[in-house]
Design a protein around this ligand. Structure first.
Ligand code: TXA
Ligand code: MG
Length: 345
């Protein structure tokens, strides 16, 4: 299959293909999504097939406005309007109880709820509106690879397997949306996946917000089936470096003694300090969690393609956006927070 490139002027063609049951990758402000008609079970199954992932994971349904959601949900919880008015379009996914017999279990993962999101990308909002159907959109990567934040990442993983890619340059945020469950019995919204919309931002709008425990306790069984997969992992092992210059020094010295070739993902200051000591570097520029998050997946992908044995990646404090950044980085590091002393044993 030839994978066609579409630009913002060719959205009609891309929409037509979606309506025919084809898969089209689309840009969002978070990561590129793999789009298919959410009401077409065969198309949704195909999404899993091309990603190479089992289909027991509920998917986010992407809409072009809140009106679209109303067809699939009977009753909205009290905070819905405020959340939608404040954060849509944007990186906030909302989970509602869904009308029976609307979406197939391939979309819902067999749950009685469905996740909806209105992405903040003009081309994709046009794509959905013209197709006039909601789209599933898991990240447009091969299962196990970091999520794609550029059209090139999507080509790398899915060329020849999907009908097309709607291109719109690199994404702005770099990690997937915050997932907020509005269906808890006590009415308190629950964060199931941290993203760029932080707990604090949500609390300013709706008052109390809970964080699902599995996000803090890694041993606990996952609530959403999707949580059990090892996501975002490059093939090269990743170690999180949580500390100052000395910690980087120790880690680099240890790797050298072990004859390991080193890749470094860090800010410009750290990268310039150690560029002569390591084999490959990826700098995310100034020391900012926004920049680190925006370039995390691109950095991991880039280093993963180099001839190295280990990636050392810089930690950020787990507050605000740092929670989402560290959540993805820990997954890339296979859930191991590096206790820096442990590697010298
Ligand atoms: O930023 C994003 O959200 C990206 C872009 C492309 O929009 N999309 C994305 O979609 O990450 P997806 O379908 O891969 O997200 C699925 C995750 C599941 O792993 C699960 O955590 C949560 O969303 N989810 C979806 N439906 C759910 C439900 N009914 N109950 C609980 N969690 C659900
Ligand atoms: Mg994904």
């Amino acid at each position: 299959m030839e994978t066609k490139k579409f630009t913002a002027t060719e959205i009609d063609q891309a929409s037509a293909l979606i309506r025919q049951g084809e898969l089209i990758a689309f840009p969002t402000e978070t990561v590129y999504g793999l789009g298919a008609n959410a009401l077409d079970e065969q198309a949704v199954k195909q999404v899993y097939a091309v990603k190479g992932r089992p289909s027991d994971n509920p998917l986010i349904v992407h809409v072009s406005d809140f009106e679209m959601v109303k067809q699939y949900v009977t009753e909205f919880p009290e905070h819905t309007k405020k959340l939608v008015d404040t954060f849509w379009p944007g990186p906030l996914t909302l989970i509602f109880k869904v009308k029976p017999d609307t979406f197939s279990t391939t979309v819902t993962g067999g749950l009685k709820t469905v996740a909806f999101r209105m992405p903040n990308n003009k081309a994709t909002l046009d794509l959905i509106e013209i197709a006039n159907i909601p789209l599933v959109g898991p990240s447009a990567n091969t299962s196990g690879k970091p999520s794609p934040t550029t059209p090139q990442h999507v080509y790398h993983d899915l060329q020849g397997k999907i009908a097309g890619i709607l291109e719109d340059g690199p994404t702005q945020i770099g990690v997937e949306s915050t997932v907020l469950d509005l269906t808890a019995a006590d009415g308190v919204p629950v964060i199931l996946r941290p993203g760029a919309i932080t707990k604090q931002q949500l609390e300013q709008v709706v008052g109390k917000v809970r964080v699902d425990q599995h996000l803090v306790s890694e041993k606990e069984a996952p609530k959403a089936p999707g949580m059990k997969y090892k996501h975002y992992s490059p093939d090269v092992p990743v170690w999180i470096i949580d500390g100052d210059q000395q910690v980087f020094e120790k880690a680099i010295n240890w790797a050298k003694i072990k004859n390991k070739r080193i890749g470094l993902f860090a800010d410009e200051q750290v990268v310039s300090m150690f560029s002569n000591e390591v084999d490959e570097v990826f700098s995310f520029g100034e020391h900012s969690v926004e920049e680190a998050t925006r370039l995390l997946f691109a950095g991991l992908r880039s280093l993963d393609e180099k001839n190295i044995d280990v990636i050392f990646a810089q930690a950020f404090p787990e507050t605000g956006l740092g929670i989402a950044y560290m959540n993805r980085l820990k997954k890339a590091a296979n859930q191991n927070i590096l206790k820096i002393n442990s590697i010298f044993e």
